[in-house]
Design a binder for this molecule. Structure first.
Ligand SMILES: [Zn+2]
Length: 86
């Protein structure tokens, strides 16, 4: 999961759970690595969330990104269940 700041045009990614990354202009930050999505910032209409499958949703569109995030979490859980079988 990545986020892109539409103000300074930088794409940032948290590499692991406690890897806190801010964009160049400090409008937004991301944290949580690959375990969960934690992000925030000043202007949500200028933050684009980029999901692992390439879907991009504005952070201000919280109904859609939350729905997409639930899907992502569910997929991750399924993948984990598969891992355990091996
Ligand atoms: Zn920025």
């Amino acid at each position: 999961m990545k986020i892109k700041c539409l103000i300074c045009d930088s794409t940032i990614e948290s590499k692991h759970t406690h890897n806190f990354v801010t964009c160049r202009c400090d409008n937004c930050y991301i944290d949580g690595g690959k375990e969960y999505l934690h992000f925030g910032g000043k202007d949500f209409s200028k933050i684009l969330i980029i999901f692992d499958d390439g879907i991009e949703i504005l952070a201000s569109d919280d109904r859609n990104y939350k729905k997409k995030y639930e899907e992502w979490k569910e997929n991750k859980y399924k993948i984990r269940l598969n891992d355990k079988k091996d």
